[in-house]
Design a protein around this ligand. Sequence first.
Ligand code: NAD
Length: 295
Amino acid sequence: MTRIAFVGLGNMGGPMAANLVKAGHDVRGFDLSEASVKAAIETGVKGTVALAEAVSDADCVITMLPKGQHVIAVWTDLATLIPEGTLVIDCSTVDVESARKAHELADVMNCISLDAPVSGGTGGAAAGTLTFMVGGSEEAFALGLPILQAMGKKIVHCGGPGAGQAAKICNNMILGISMIGVCEAFGLAEKLGLSHQALFDVASTSSGQCWSLTTYCPVPGPVPTSPANHDYRPGFAAALMLKDLLLSQEAASQSGAATPLGAHAAELYAAFEKAGHGGEDFSAIIHMLREKARS
Ligand code: NAD
């Protein structure tokens, strides 16, 4: 049993903390939202009213927060609150620069740190089947692995500090681009008089096969569990896809990588969000693409 402080008990952090409790860990949770703390208490997490209370005596601190600025603020506060040698893990999706800065803050505290963003969404968080993409030293990875295994199914050590966030935004850039590609293919098929099912049957077993097609198929019918069959409820919200595409664009411009399709995908999702669809599943962008054909 490890004493774990979990900071950020939202849509993802709440169920992740609950799985740590199920695995037998002693979990203290903190969130700025009282409602989130209350919901976590129902799952066996010990609720606290301050960061200091949550992290006192913790062997490991986990953060699951909206953005880089929140992670940096909390990790900065940890400096006066946790002893040397504490393992600190950030599971939020943040920009690579903030992830590296967080590792530097941990170094100054003589703490052991990992960036460990996830894929798998709220369903994976609840089921304990998340994929973790982890950045940090071998020593830190070995220490964090049993804790991450209580919340996920696949844990990949991607490299040194920031490598987890780098893997996350590269993966999600593929996802955003591939979803738009699949939507465009269905739009073209409609114009050519080809049925959705026929395109799916061919492409899902041919070289066009990808996750956006076979798991999140953007038209109702071929994949009964895809958000398209449930009024495009997320799933993975378009606003979160836009967040990740913007992070990948920020990283591309800082590192000098050429990502023209990533840039275009970010523009399309920005327009989709601006039109008021950020809360829909990201596959719903097929409606905006069809409208483009009409205009
Ligand atoms: P969320 O908004 O539901 O939860 C974030 C929580 O952090 C909120 O409850 C908020 O009150 C709390 N918080 C903010 N600042 C805080 C502070 N200083 N101290 C304590 N608590 C604080 O967000 P989420 O959906 O749980 O996502 C969390 C992270 O996971 C994000 O970086 C997101 O991009 C990433 N992510 C989300 C999904 C998803 O499907 N929701 C999937 C993969 C990754």
